[in-house]
Design a protein around this ligand. Structure first.
Ligand SMILES: [Zn+2]
Length: 149
């Protein structure tokens, strides 16, 4: 059978992970700066892909003009991907973290597209509850109607 990097990794996983952890501990600054370079590259590639596919992002609720992902902490004007169809199938609670730690390979793009994320600004994302959104909005409307006059 041909040698495969994946098989080798799976067989030696614990040893490799322990080695990497130790290397990272001893070379913390170098490791951090390598990770940052990698992350910036990942973000750049996704932003390029998203711009080409969808143009400039706009918040789907308030219409605010946004930018794709930021290189540092995400700001109000960077996109917050929202699990509009409920909990993610593969991508967990923090889509931006998932995206920022993986390159947009064909496989990852399929996973990303499959989640069909909503595009929201930070404010609209914070306002929406995670579950039972329609129910929540109806209650807000009812509250506002009762508050009129
Ligand atoms: Zn918004």
């Amino acid at each position: 059978m041909a040698w495969s990097r994946k098989d080798y990794y799976l067989k030696n996983r614990d040893r490799i992970l322990a080695y990497n952890r130790e290397w990272r501990r001893k070379n913390y600054n170098k490791a951090r700066s390598r990770e940052r370079v990698y992350r910036d590259e990942v973000i750049r590639l996704w932003n390029e892909y998203l711009t080409e596919k969808l143009g400039d992002p706009v918040c789907q609720i308030c219409g605010r003009i946004l930018t794709w992902m930021g290189y540092e902490q995400d700001k109000t004007d960077s996109v917050h991907f929202d699990h509009r169809h409920g909990p993610g199938k593969i991508i967990g609670d923090r889509p931006n973290n998932w995206i920022k730690s993986r390159k947009p390979t064909p496989d990852n793009i399929v996973i990303f597209e499959d989640e069909d994320f909503g595009i929201l600004c930070l404010n609209c994302n914070i306002c929406l509850p995670t579950n039972n959104r329609k129910d929540w909005v109806m209650k807000v409307l009812q509250y506002l109607e009762e508050s009129e006059e």
